[in-house]
Design a protein around this ligand. Sequence first.
Ligand code: AMP
Ligand code: ZN
Length: 111
Amino acid sequence: MKCLFCAIVNGEIPADIVRQSDNVLAFNDINPVAPTHILIIPKIHSENAAELTLANPEVLIECFEMAASIAKERELNGYRTVFNTGADGGQSVFHAHLHLLGGRALSWPPG
Ligand code: AMP
Ligand code: ZN
């Protein structure tokens, strides 16, 4: 099956792009659960964060760097970064993506 987020990287499916580098793309989540809800993804396909960690650790770090940079630019009063991994982890799109959530107080623990 075709990968949705690879299609976004390739420009085959539109996305509301926030920022990008050579290796990483950030775009607004289509179903935001916070005022800032951005997905930060590697441009090269990895199924999840575990695979990305093994295949391309420097790109994993770049995802977190971009999250921190966007949060700083938006002057967020704190934020949350989450990689959901696997079915019980709540992953629904199997191209690694870092959720950047902020702009409101976030409760803990998550559901
Ligand atoms: P997860 O459940 O962690 O795999 O997160 C997948 C996220 O992708 C969800 O928050 C969805 O709202 C989001 N999403 C799904 N399709 C799109 C799309 N075409 N553009 C932007 N975000 C999307
Ligand atoms: Zn993909």
